[in-house]
Design a protein around this ligand. Structure first.
Ligand SMILES: [Zn+2]
Length: 712
């Protein structure tokens, strides 16, 4: 659909929007001269989390919250009816960045395993095309664990508190300004390089809690969500202005969109994830590429976030690089024919089931109509009733049935097919039975639960009640947290996450016995949430039930095969069972999957040492120190290896580092004293041993060695 217009030495990529699409090659000026190679197009993709369409001026808001987006809309193309296939941050971003629906990529909830290696992301595709790639995210659920870091040369996902495990992952976020600063630095460097760049910038601010920074807090007093939107738009404006200052605006495709909207109590929903109404499923989608996309074009036909990947690839001249079999379709055809037909837009949410024991929801939107599959199905005429107030299901039975069959088509024939995941090989009967017993094949259960419509009020009350427990967990008050989680469970309908954090709280309190039942329940309710399996295995390990730990970890591998942590924990369980050959094999697999994990390297070093392979043991501890230079334990371990090999001088150096990093550890000073003694430096040895004894006066070995050192 795109036509290359070569004008002089300049090449513009222009969409065929003016009537008939005819390929025209204009060679003016230098007739017959070879055409210049197409200038590579940079890509800047900005996702503004939780952005409700009706807060954006370009989508009809009069509140003046979004001057940057509104200006962009005038310079580019506005997709008026864009939707996402799932109103949850992680699965929605995965769909955007893979062009696949949730049941195809397998990421259905924010609590999820990493994206499988078989799914190619936009970053991977563009990197393979020679792009410099940088990702900058503002929220914990999009961190490297999500797998969305794949394909990025630089991936920036540092958060305050990301080191501690937290229930309120939603609150581990960075201000948009901080994300933008880091992205800007990278873009500036990338723009001066010889390769085109792809940057993905994610702003999380409009997500709850709504707490805009000044002056937006005061300016939008009483409407903090609007304040967050206004603040984020101002940061977006700064980022866009940077493209101008760098002189790359004309050859940078800019895409601005969101992962979902926000309920703000419409339909009774405070936030998002529970329903599939337009308040949360519809999102802004604006694209600008001067010369290729017409300025100010508004497209009324439906567009899907899964279409963004193929659209970007077409606009940068890389259509052929689209991963095979993706359902997303390039929207460049919509630019040529804004009112033309569009494929159906599928959406789902398993959140009501996973978090509140209700039925799953699935919907299909086509030609301005929307059908929602629920225990009490719904049908809306979005053109006449954009607020989805009047359910026409009973009146328009034939239309509803036709849309339902389109929904089933999207799912490959049955609702259950959509649950297992179309891209997974069909499991054999035995595996299927096991998965079913784990609650994994849940299509029938999913539609058999209570209708979310009838559960929104109790769900909101439950959310408020359980929030206190999550906050207690976050500040380390595990006893209060555990009581709060127990109360939520006693209330009747708790999500798997409550069972998970209850178990984690008991583990943290040293009550492994009590942790087992809630963790078992969490894995039963959401078998694809690997951390629940890992915590359960941890509880078993503490109870000396290494066989049970192994069984749980092996089961988790069936849905999350590429997870190095599972192999690492299997290695640990094998060591407990004194199966050193298996332990070694599991840790080596973990290392292969993630060479950058400190603990895996340290454990391998111990295993090689125990097997008498000192050189490899040393190699691993060196690798560990390459990952974490400030680890006193690693230096101590290295010193022991060197000392064991008779290299006392080098061993002493390693112990010195350990002792200087952790000067209050008497063991390190003792080891240093011993190494110095063996090396022949008695006075230095005595100094070190005295330090050890000063820290631990009843350190018998240190006292004995000091006597020996002083003895002659
Ligand atoms: Zn989100």
């Amino acid at each position: 659909m795109l036509i290359d217009l070569v004008i002089g030495r300049r090449l513009l990529r222009v969409a065929a929007v003016f009537g008939v699409a005819v390929a025209v090659l204009l060679l003016s000026g230098s007739q017959g001269a070879p055409a210049a190679a197409p200038a590579p197009v940079n890509v800047l993709l900005v996702t503004i989390d939780t952005l409700r369409v009706d807060r954006v001026g370009a989508y009809g808001s009069r509140a003046g919250l979004t001057p940057a987006m509104d200006a962009l809309a005038k310079q580019g193309v506005v997709f008026e009816q864009a939707t996402v296939p799932v109103p949850l941050t992680r699965p929605s971003h995965v769909s955007l960045l893979t062009g696949k629906l949730p049941f195809q990529h397998g990421i259905r909830d924010n609590f999820s395993f990493s994206l499988g290696a078989g799914h190619r992301t936009l970053a991977e595709v563009l990197k393979a095309r020679g792009y410099a790639t940088g990702g900058f995210v503002g929220a914990f659920m999009l961190n490297a664990q999500s797998g969305l870091n794949r394909g990025f040369d630089e991936f920036d996902d540092e958060f305050d508190g990301a080191g501690r495990q937290s229930a309120l992952i939603a609150e581990h976020q960075r201000l948009a300004g901080e994300v933008e600063r880091r992205a800007e630095t990278w873009i500036e460097r990338a723009a001066s390089g010889s390769r085109p760049f792809f940057a993905w910038v994610h702003f999380y601010d409009p997500h709850s809690p709504y707490d805009p920074p000044p002056p937006y807090r005061a300016r939008h007093a009483g409407r903090p969500y609007d304040g967050e939107v206004a603040y984020t738009d101002s940061v977006l404006g700064r980022l866009i202005a940077r493209l101008d200052r760098l002189g790359v605006r004309g050859r940078t495709l800019l895409v601005v969109t969101s992962d979902h909207g926000e309920g703000l109590n419409d339909h009774g929903e405070a936030e998002h994830g529970f329903f599939l109404y337009e308040t949360t499923v519809r999102v802004p989608l604006i694209m600008r590429l001067a010369g290729s996309l017409p300025a100010g074009l508004r497209i009324p036909r439906e567009a899907r976030s899964i279409d963004v990947l193929p659209t970007i690839l077409e606009l940068v001249g890389a259509s052929g690089a689209a991963p095979p079999g993706i359902p997303g379709r390039s929207l460049v055809t919509a630019v040529a024919d804004p009112g033309g037909p569009a494929p159906p837009s599928y959406a789902e949410t398993l959140f009501p089931r996973l978090h509140f024991e209700c039925a799953d929801l699935r919907s299909i939107r086509l030609d301005g109509w929307k059908y929602i599959e629920a225990p009490r199905p719904e049908l809306y005429d979005l053109r006449g009733d954009p607020g989805e107030r009047t359910n026409l299901y009973a009146r328009e039975g034939r239309r509803a049935a036709s849309l339902r069959s389109r929904l089933l088509d999207s799912l490959g024939g049955s609702l259950e097919a959509g649950v297992v995941g179309a891209t997974r090989p069909a499991p054999d009967a035995e595996t299927q039975r096991k998965l079913a017993s784990l609650g994994y094949v849940s299509g029938s259960r999913g539609s058999a639960g209570a209708d979310p419509k009838d559960s929104i009020a109790p769900f909101q009350a439950y959310t408020r009640a359980v929030r206190g427990a999550f906050e207690a967990y976050d500040r380390g008050d595990l006893q209060t947290a555990a009581s709060g989680f127990e109360a939520a469970i006693a209330g009747g309908r708790a999500g798997f996450d409550v069972y998970f954090y209850l178990g984690a709280a008991y583990l943290g309190l040293g009550q492994a016995e009590r942790a087992v039942a809630p963790l078992q329940e969490a894995t039963r309710r959401n078998a694809s949430y690997t951390p629940a399996a890992i915590e359960l295995a941890g509880a078993y390990v503490r109870l000396n039930r290494a066989d049970d730990a192994t069984a749980v970890l092996r089961a988790a591998l069936s849905s999350d095969a590429g997870n190095f942590q599972l192999h690492s924990h299997l290695g640990y369980a094998a060591r407990l069972r004194r199966d050193l050959a298996l332990a070694r094999q599991e840790y080596e697999t973990a290392r292969e999957l993630n060479p950058g994990d400190f603990d895996v390297r340290m454990n391998l070093s111990s295993i090689y040492r125990d097997a008498g392979d000192a050189p490899r043991a040393l190699e691993e501890v060196e690798a560990a120190l390459g990952i974490r230079q400030d680890s006193a334990d690693a230096y101590n371990h290295k010193g022991m290896l060197l000392g064991g090999a008779g290299s006392f001088l080098e061993a002493a150096r390693a112990f010195e580092r350990a002792a200087s990093l952790s000067p209050k550890n008497p063991q390190f000073w003792f080891n240093l004293g011993l190494a110095r003694f063996r090396e022949g430096d008695r006075s230095a040895a005595a100094d070190s041993l005295r330090r050890a004894l000063a820290l631990k006066p009843d350190f018998a070995e240190a006292r004995a060695l000091l006597a020996q050192v002083a003895g002659k």
